[in-house]
Ligand binder design. Sequence first.
Ligand SMILES: O=C(O)CCC(=O)C(=O)O
Ligand SMILES: [Fe+2]
Length: 274
Amino acid sequence: MNVERVSSGLQDVRIVRPAGPAAHPAPLAIIDVLACQAPQLPDRLRAARAEFAASGAVVLSEVPIDQDDVLIGLSSWFGDVTRMGNGPPPGHLIRDLTWAPDAGATPMLELHTDSAYSPHPHAAIALGCAENSEGDWGNTELTAISDVVDLLSTKDIAALTSIPVRFAKMRSGRLEQQFDAPILSLTDSGATCRFNPEHLTHGVGQSAPLGEPIAEAIRQVGDLVNCAAIKVRTKLEPNDLLVIDNWRVLHGRTALGGRAARHLRRLKMMAWAV
Ligand SMILES: O=C(O)CCC(=O)C(=O)O
Ligand SMILES: [Fe+2]
C-alpha cells in the first residue's frame, strides 16, 4: 500500500467562536466555516476521501492540530466521531497520547486493529501529530490486509474466515470485554479483518485450545503483517492528520525513546462516511 499526503491548506486558519460554554458545533458546519477561509478545502477533502476509499489510509497535512473543532470537523468527513472506546473511560472525542523522555523507553506497539474485542470495532481512527519523536523512534507502521491475503495460502484463508477466535480486553488484570469472531472476512468489496496480538493472546488464553489449522494460520498472519515487502513505515510530522480504515489497514508504531517528546491526538469513528 501507499500512504498519500493531501494538503488541507488550513495552516493559517483559526476558528473563532463566541466566548461561553458552547457545546461542539455540528461537524459539517465546522467544514463550512473552514471552507469560507480556505476555499480549496472541499476539493482537497474529496481527494483525501477518494484516497482513503482506495487504499484505506491517507494523511491530511497542514492541519492545525491544536484546534479541537478542526480535528473533529475533518475527522467527521471520514466517519462518525465517537467518544466510545476513546478512553480509558470516560471516553473523549479527542484523546491526547503523550510521551516524554522521563517516561523512559516504551516498547513498540505491534500492528493491530483497534477495539478488536468489540462486536463492532471502530470503523476508522484519526491520529493527529502535535509533536513527534526523533529518528527511528515513534514511527507509524501500516499494513493493508488485502496485501496479507494475497500472500496467504488457501488453507489458511479458509481457517481464518471460518473459525472464530476469542479477543479479550484486560484492564488492571481483570477481564473488561471479550468477543469471539473470525479474524478475516472476504466480501465482494475486499478483505476486512480484526487482528490484535495482545487481545488475541488474552482471549486465546481463556478459551478452549485452538486446533492446529487456525493456530498455524494465526502464526502466518503474524509473520506476514510484518513482512517488509508490504508493511509501510512512515513518520508523522507536526500538523499531519493520519486517517486509517480500522477494518482494512492494521496500524502500529516503533518504540518510543530519545530526547524529543511525542504528542498525538486520537479520534475514533464508529461508521464510515463513505
Ligand atoms: O502511538 C501511536 O502512534 C499509535 C497509538 C495506537 O495505535 C493506539 O493508541 O491504539
Ligand atoms: Fe491503535
